[in-house]
Design a protein around this ligand. Structure first.
Ligand SMILES: Cc1ncc(COP(=O)(O)O)c(C=O)c1O
Length: 363
């Protein structure tokens, strides 16, 4: 069982909104969260959304995807990422992953670029960064968008800068599984040069924001958009957690490091450890292991279950899904192969139990 981090100040903030219902219109907590992102992600505008999936849909709309435009994306991914682009008629071009990180492979992405390519989606699995300089350069050279799927990445850094600072658009999740959560929520970080398009998409395709600033006398429908905003109640919950991101990330890393030490001492599980551990700036979001076969991974998931520890698989590979390829896929990718062997151990609870269990099972 995963236990999301909460903060008493969130409850006080929600009570503040209840006592001041005009806040549902003026949205001071949403604005404070957006200011927090602007300060911590310089050069970017922030749009708080009701989920990271919605943030990615907003990116897709802002890129003006037309039927047949190609989006390069890793198949080892959350299905909402694929849907966010497919729903606007994009053709998904799946390129394989690097086995060490489970992240999209830079050279494979390079090979997949065609004149129809509109964007590359770089998802940072467990907040271990993709080759961001490489992807930024590749996208610039080919004049295509880089979208960072930074769903896992709040508090995580790459080269001492927050992950999210390389994309044209970067999306972060605050759903209940994430290091920081308001139940459901997300943010789309947008490079300033794309800001004027995105602010219309965010407001149902209107120039309402310009009107609210007093730039124009009335607002009107300008393009296709939708309603993406987070609820003010959720923003009230989120704000104190964002303000504690350094401490929460530190605690999460501590839990991750302790689990790592226990697994490293275990005769069998230590052989399943990934080799990405040189990256010291991840936020401890995911602790994953990769067994030598699906059967062995299942054995360990069942073994942990006997002790009430919920180990779990992750992301059935999208290039093997009934929707994408029916039931006739014969291609073998790293993503298909490894997603059947990867399993995660919980980090928020009960790491103590896991450590004791592993010590005993090793003895
Ligand atoms: C890699 C990745 N991207 C995007 C999402 C979507 O996030 P949300 O649940 O906030 O829509 C998730 C969800 O866990 C995810 O794992």
């Amino acid at each position: 069982m995963h236990y999301p981090v909460t903060d008493k100040q969130s409850a006080l903030n929600v009570a503040d909104v209840v006592a001041n219902p005009q806040f549902l219109l003026t949205k001071p907590y949403t604005k404070s969260c957006e200011r927090w992102f602007k300060e911590n992600y310089p050069g970017y505008e922030a749009f708080l959304t009701s989920s990271c999936t919605r943030a990615l849909e907003m990116a897709a709309l802002s890129m003006d995807i037309q039927s047949g435009d190609e989006i390069i994306v890793s198949p080892f991914n959350y299905v909402g990422v694929a849907n966010a682009f497919a729903m606007f008629g994009a053709k998904l071009v799946f390129v394989d992953i690097e086995p060490n990180t489970m992240n999209i492979h830079l050279e494979a992405a390079r090979q997949a670029i065609t004149p129809k390519t509109k964007a590359i989606i770089a998802m940072h699995y467990g907040s271990v960064a993709c080759d961001l300089d490489g992807f930024r350069l590749l996208c610039d050279e080919n004049e295509i968008f880089l979208v960072e799927d930074a769903a896992h990445c709040i508090g995580a850094k790459h080269q001492d800068k927050p992950i999210g600072l390389w994309g044209d658009f970067s999306a972060i999740s605050f759903d209940a599984q994430k290091n920081i959560s308001c139940g459901e929520g997300g943010v789309l970080l947008v490079k300033q040069k794309h800001h004027s398009v995105v602010e219309k998409v965010y407001e149902n395709g209107t120039d309402k924001r310009a009107f609210d600033r007093g730039d124009i006398p009335f607002y009107s429908w300008q393009c296709i958009g939708s309603k993406f905003a987070i609820s003010e109640y959720d923003a009230a919950v989120l704000l104190p957690l964002l303000q504690r991101v350094t401490e929460i990330t530190h605690d999460r890393r501590e839990a991750w490091n302790k689990l790592f030490a226990a697994v490293k001492n275990h005769d069998i599980l230590s052989t399943f450890l990934p080799k990405h551990l040189k990256d010291l700036n991840h936020n401890g979001h995911i602790f994953w292991l990769c067994a030598e076969s699906t059967e062995v991974a299942q054995y360990w998931v069942d073994w942990f279950k006997k002790y009430d520890v919920q180990a779990s698989f992750h992301y059935p590979s999208l290039d093997n899904s009934p929707f994408f390829c029916g039931d006739g896929n014969t291609t073998k990718t790293n993503s298909i192969e490894l997603s059947g062997r990867l399993f995660r151990l919980p980090l928020t609870s009960p790491t103590e139990t896991i450590r004791e269990l592993l010590a005993v099972s090793n003895a």
